[in-house]
Design a protein around this ligand. Sequence first.
Ligand SMILES: [Zn+2]
Length: 239
Amino acid sequence: MYKTLVAVDDVDKEVDGGLPSLRGLKRRLSCSPSGRPLATPQQKEVSKETASSVAEAADTECKVCSPEDLVVVPGSAKRTDYLSWDDYFMAVAHLSAMRSKDPSTQVGACIVNSQNRIVGIGYNGFPAGCHDDDLPWSRNSSNPLDNKYMYVCHAEMNAILNRISSDTRGCRMYVGLFPCNECAKLIIQSGIHEVIYLSDKYHDQPAFVASRRLLNCAGIRFRQQTTSRKITIDLGALQ
Ligand SMILES: [Zn+2]
């Protein structure tokens, strides 16, 4: 008597006419992981040529297993609503942005290497050692020294400087806002080869026109991530 494993999340969805449908079929216990039937004692005695032809014939349909002997394993199928890499790394960048003290703009950046390992994270803020209350966060003061712009380190800069690898060549950067021209220079010089961003709200401002020009000159790819994914983290619910 052979048993068949069927992986399902919802038995009702998978069962059709009293028997689980082929969708969700994980593997049959009488089959190898590749789906080929395990050799019976009799088959082990046959020549290699014969065994090979039996296995080939079983590639499309197992001749050994019986659909009457099905074992349904609820909950054994993988989740289907897991985060994509793009959503995951952009969410990490956004989580980092939540650390920013800037009352008007919070930006986060996340650098990822070719193995999808995070090698740097940063958000916009004053340089290390400069207290958040000692420098201005204003944007519109008539005195430029009373505005934040001369003091703030952008998220991209901090992510690059915070990197934990020796260099960032071949990495890609996820960032909430398209980089300014100053950050574009840093991205180019650090060897990052792709920028993925969400917002491009300053598209027509000179600093961002210059940024695109720089990135294009250096052959750095950039693309806007389009996603409608909503992510809620309720830390209290995890306690
Ligand atoms: Zn910048």
